[in-house]
Design a binder for this molecule. Sequence first.
Ligand code: ATP
Length: 244
Amino acid sequence: ADSDSVVNVDDLKKTYHSYTWRGRKHVQAVRGVSLQAQRGEVFGLLGPNGAGKTTLIKMLLGVIRPSAGRATVLGQSIGSPVARSRVGYLPESLRVDRHHTARSALRYYGRLSRMDAQSIARRSDELLELVGLRGRDREPVVRFSKGMYQRLGLAQALLHNPDLLVLDEPTDGLDPVGRNEVRRVIERLRDAGKTIFLNSHILQEVELVCSRVAIMAAGQLKAIGAIDQLADQGQHRVTIDVLQ
Ligand code: ATP
């Protein structure tokens, strides 16, 4: 793979083993996925719930270990401290302690990533502005709508200025207004040249923000390419079938 690929996944697999009263159970969540995402692109991973998207992301982040295959992030093996420190992550459901304000939440995460007070304050100002929370930054987050919460999550994921941003279903469960607001922030980041790996089951969202897309179902990739390319190849049908 060339040096510009920020995410490089080669035949990655994950089988979960669990124990039930009936005995051992195996779930092949990811069954040999290969893909590359390049610097400066918004790469979309599209697929229905249960397709294995979150599992793939968690392997990229080094949160869970692959059963087989290889992958690098920013040229580093997945899970290495360097790879972790240069990736920003917005999980599927962000939890912020209810006593926090947007600003104090960012301060807390900044300290966790060992940033100094001055850079935390400066980055927080910029990011609260970017996500449209500048005027609400001293309110307790319990008053926030789900969309505001997700936008705070984006600011948090960006705080340490990561080279790669990984977003897991960023607009899941939001109303149309919240969804648009979050999407606008992602578009702004894209226009600023950020590399983004985006998980979604919303076709329209992926069409609007992603340069390239992989379509995943039942642990495997069904198609990969530019979204208009996929449409030309009749793969759009695949997308729609997969999502129904
Ligand atoms: P979602 O959008 O719901 O998160 P997804 O595409 O991200 O869907 P995964 O969460 O990766 O899908 O799940 C893929 C499969 O692996 C599912 O069948 C799920 O039930 C199973 N799975 C996920 N995590 C575990 C686990 N810790 N133990 C056992 N099975 C799991």
